[in-house]
Design a protein around this ligand. Structure first.
Ligand code: FES
Length: 574
């Protein structure tokens, strides 16, 4: 493989010439205490760190950046740590999804405007990995991901607690009156025991797994718990590897193609992963020039078994998954369902990366002969209620509700839902279909994770634990239940969800991939004529950019002006 010469490094455009500007650039490195031995002829590696004091899942990233830097120095590079937006999923409002594209912009523009030869992408919490990768795919400098890793298992009085999933579960029990306030307070202190991302098969675990299937992190990296000593070793190894990738000019465009995205989708399905993966996969693929759409995802879902027995679809947590062999073992079980010839950042093929991988607990990582579910955990639905598609995590839904017709109870906003849901007079039965609208990319704004609509208290007290719910929102990857999500186009731009009225029959048929509003077309046309768009959420600033530019859910929610077009030129160095 051809290797770059030091004078061919991109950073040399800043630091190499014997001119006035380079004098300025080099003198400023001197100002940082760096001498010629530190930067002459060394690849400059941007360690892009999504850390902040409020980033609950990346609490180890300041230390981990030092481990990455150690590896970069060992391999002869110059590491430079650069902070990027730390999109903290739980705390940031109205939703981190509003800011995923902003992180993608930051990543792309940082890569382009700074004297960087390669990128280490440090992310893990839900929107950070897709944001970083969308930017990196567009910038197309050599890049490697250091996944944050999952946190340790939660614990409450000896019971294992899973991020999100058990919070939702016990909240319903608290509302039903089966656990006390004191029980609930104890859980609050036990559910998130260490640094790291949600340890269920939520969005973070799903994205990390599919990043590894894309070939964008070192083999096995995505399953290592954040608190495990293997994690800093992986970070240092990633630092060493990115330096070599720069010399070999291994860019994302040389690694990732349509087969890579099929691999990534297959792994996301086999892990029983988050519905959010659908949006991020489509967005990342479009950045990479791959025409991945919902039909392709559905086709892959029909052939992919769910092998990971992880909550919310199954029983175990990511710590168990790591001990059982991790993502390498899962990919080995998938075998020919993956294109093992695809290259990876490690300089080996995916097949070579998983060679020798073994499963040490066949209940956690099931063999294909004994899957958790024979088909993939996600299904794409269409019909007159979702002409451009909707998504359901069928693996985490109630089998008895996968084919269901019931009368709609419609909430125009989440506040309305909160105000009405527990009204004893609400005419709701277990057969009702709860509908939430104005929760999409524009209407939310940012498509908040409201899609696992809470159940009415009176039904919870009667023992009901699931109902069919339909919205244009997303839901947390840790959520579960018969929740139809991402209805597209969304109601705030005039999608058919805007036309549903209380009592309208709604039919869900997952096997037939159908979601329909059983109201005749003449009546729908009449309602369409009466529809008025809701007032926009923003009149200025970034929010206005979002409202004007965001694509719909089935298109990945990227901004129209960020999608592929003529390449952006490298900056002039003057
Ligand atoms: Fe960060 Fe779940 S809140 S990964």
């Amino acid at each position: 493989m051809a290797r770059k010469r030091p004078e061919e490094l991109r950073s040399q455009r800043w630091f190499g010439p014997a001119d006035l500007r380079s004098f300025g650039h080099r003198s400023r490195l001197n100002q940082l205490g760096l001498g010629p031995d530190d930067f002459r002829g060394r690849p400059v590696i941007g360690v892009l760190n999504t850390w902040s004091d409020l980033m609950h899942c990346h609490g180890h990233f300041r230390e981990r950046a030092q481990d990455v830097k150690r590896g970069v120095w060992q391999a002869g590079g110059l590491p430079v740590e650069i902070p990027l937006s730390a999109l903290n999923e739980v705390i940031q409002k109205p939703t981190t999804m509003l800011y995923r594209n902003l992180l993608a912009i930051e990543t792309e523009e940082t890569a382009r405007s700074q004297p960087l030869d390669g990128l280490v992408l440090m992310g893990g919490c839900d929107k950070t990995l897709p944001g970083l990768l969308m930017g990196a795919f567009t910038a197309d400098l050599p890049a490697i991901v250091v996944p944050a890793g999952p946190m340790l298992r939660g614990n409450w009085r000896g019971n294992v607690l899973g991020s999100g999933s058990d919070m939702w579960k016990y909240w319903d029990e608290k509302r039903a009156g089966t656990i006390t306030d004191a029980d609930w307070a104890e859980m609050e202190a036990g559910i998130a025991r260490s640094v790291g991302t949600c340890m269920t098969a939520g969005t973070a675990s799903t994205l990390a797994a599919l990043v590894e299937a894309l070939g964008m992190c070192l083999p096995g990296a995505s399953s290592i718990p954040a608190a495990d000593a293997a994690h800093p070793r992986m970070a240092a190894a990633s630092g060493r590897r990115i330096v070599e990738m720069v010399w070999q000019d291994v860019r994302p465009s040389t690694l990732v193609d349509a087969a890579s995205f099929d691999n990534a989708t297959t792994v996301a399905l086999a892990i029983g992963g988050s519905t959010n993966a659908v949006i991020h996969l489509v967005a990342m693929a479009r950045r990479a020039g791959v025409p991945l759409d919902l039909d392709r995802i559905d086709a892959l879902s029909r052939r992919t078994p769910v092998l990971a027995n992880l909550r919310p679809s199954g029983t175990f947590l990511m710590e168990d998954f790591f001990y059982a062999g991790g993502i390498r073992a899962l990919m080995a079980s998938l075998g020919e369902l993956l294109d093992l010839s695809r290259p990876t950042v490690a300089g080996v093929t995916l097949g070579e990366a998983i060679a020798g991988a073994e499963t040490y607990n066949a209940d956690v990582i099931r063999p294909r002969a004994n899957p958790l579910q024979p088909e993939g955990g996600l299904a794409i639905l269409r019909g007159n209620l979702a002409p451009e598609g909707a998504v359901i995590k069928s693996s985490a839904a109630s089998p008895a509700l996968l084919r269901h017709t019931g009368p709609a109870i419609v909430f125009d906003t989440y506040n309305m839902l909160s105000a009405r849901l527990d009204d004893p007079a609400l005419p709701v039965t277990p057969a009702s279909v709860l509908v939430l609208r104005n929760a999409g990319p524009v209407g939310g704004p940012g498509m908040p994770e409201w899609g696992m609509l809470p159940l009415p208290r009176k039904l919870l007290q009667a023992g009901v634990r699931d109902m069919v719910r339909v919205s244009d929102a997303r839901m947390s990857g840790t959520s579960y239940g018969t929740c139809v999500l991402h209805v597209s186009p969304e109601s705030a731009v005039g999608g058919p969800l805007a036309l549903v009225r209380d009592g309208d029959p709604v039919t869900l048929d997952v096997a037939a991939r159908r979601l329909s509003l059983d109201v005749d077309e003449a009546e729908l046309a009449r309602r369409r004529g009466e529809w008025r768009a809701p007032a926009p959420h923003y009149a200025r600033g970034y929010g206005l950019v979002h409202l004007r530019s965001v694509r719909q859910a089935h298109e990945g929610c990227d901004y129209d002006f960020l999608e592929r077009g003529a390449p952006t030129p490298e900056p002039e160095i003057h």
